[in-house]
Design a protein around this ligand. Structure first.
Ligand code: PLP
Length: 366
């Protein structure tokens, strides 16, 4: 039996609906912004329950624009984790600000106890990441940020469909960023991103900056850039949004099967706590697995595809050599980088796939 990690071939086995909506779009020739992009932005803001959603080219751009919208740039410090995708930190650096790392906790989320010691008089924001489609302790983060007068900007790139106490990921912040990349819970068949905010002024800034600084065809109020989502892609996102709840329910069901099937291996496998107050979207089903690399090779031999997110924490990347960090600085993230394994959990897997995987993992440790 094959347990594939990639679900895109199954997701796009039937594309008739997308193509027929593309025909409608093509007949309107509304190829930049326009009604299809606006429709999706409205649908997404209703889905999140926020006032404004402004789409962008990529999730990375959504984070860059979010940071810039609150005025972050040269000379500022932004606190984030070292166990995230490159783009969280790339976005900070792209604004001219300096990333300041803190360690992760046992749920692979930002360790909120490490934040206050990292705050300096140059700290302007904290970017917590909804890593793996789970969430950090956002209530604690909100309190810390408001007490220290710094912005909370969620990297909700992996967090579409994730929530904490009923509040969706990306809605705790002044402004947040989402990714619509093909490996995220809602995507546009290519690159895409979204910002979300309840603040009218930030929304106006984001909308204007994203579109050359234009207020109308003949007037600009600032030097902006072109960072627009493509209408062809907005059409895909609108269609996908209809089934995202169903997709996440299936991922939940699958994750529960894995959780219980692996629970008797707790001396070998560490699974993060699942908080009752949180809904995870299971973008990634991650755990710490002893002898990770051997296990991975063993599973691959039985046609079970797994991933590692990621084997090198960001402070140990060559790109970080100008930052004042070295091995040993973030023990939790470093240990996780050595032992983390991501198992397939996607919505096209059935119980037989999951039990096959669970059995093979047991065989390996036996
Ligand atoms: C995917 C991702 C990004 C970047 O999004 P892109 O759309 O690929 O630019 C940023 N942060 C995290 C945590 C991500 O998972």
């Amino acid at each position: 039996m094959k347990v594939p990690y990639n679900y895109l071939p199954m997701q796009f086995a039937d594309v008739e609906r997308i193509i027929s909506e593309w025909r409608q779009l093509i007949s309107t020739t509304e190829f930049t912004l326009g009604p299809f992009v606006e429709r999706f932005e409205k649908q997404f803001s209703e889905y999140l329950g926020v006032k404004h959603c402004i789409s962008t080219n990529t999730g990375t751009d959504a984070l860059i624009l979010a940071l810039k919208s609150v005025g972050i740039g040269n000379g500022d410090e932004v606190i984030t984790v070292t166990n995230t995708f490159y783009a969280t930190v790339g976005a900070i650096v792209a604004t001219g600000a300096t990333p300041v790392f803190v360690d992760s906790d046992d749920r692979f989320q930002i360790d909120v106890d490490k934040i206050i010691p990292a705050v300096t008089n140059r700290t302007k924001a904290v970017i917590p990441v909804h890593w793996a489609g789970a969430s950090p302790d956002l209530d604690a983060l909100s309190t810390i940020c408001s007490e220290h007068n710094i912005y909370l900007i969620e990297d909700a790139c992996m967090g579409i469909g994730t929530s904490v106490s009923g509040k969706p990921a990306g809605t705790y912040s002044s402004v947040s960023g989402f990714s619509l990349h093909p490996l995220k819970s809602l995507h546009v068949m290519g690159d895409g991103g979204m910002t979300a905010t309840n603040d009218d002024d930030l929304a106006r800034w984001l909308k204007t900056y994203r579109n050359h600084g234009m207020v109308d065809r003949n007037h600009i109020t600032m030097w902006g850039i072109n960072n627009r989502l493509q209408p062809l892609q907005a059409v895909v996102a609108s269609i996908e949004l209809e089934s995202i709840d169903k997709t996440i329910r299936k991922r939940h069901k699958n994750a529960k099967i894995l959780d219980s099937g692996l629970s008797d291996l707790s001396d070998r496998i560490f699974l993060p706590e699942r908080k009752n107050s949180n809904v995870e979207n299971y973008s990634l089903y991650m755990g710490l697995f002893q002898e990770r690399d051997l296990l991975r090779a063993y599973l691959e031999h039985f046609d079970i595809e797994t991933k590692v997110h990621y084997p090198i924490p960001l402070h140990l990347q060559a790109a970080a050599s100008n930052l004042p960090y070295s091995k040993g600085d973030f023990p939790n993230s470093e240990k996780q980088a050595e032992e983390l394994l991501t198992l397939p959990v996607h919505q096209y897997l059935e119980e037989e796939h999951l039990h096959y995987m669970i059995n093979k993992i047991h065989d390996f440790y036996d």
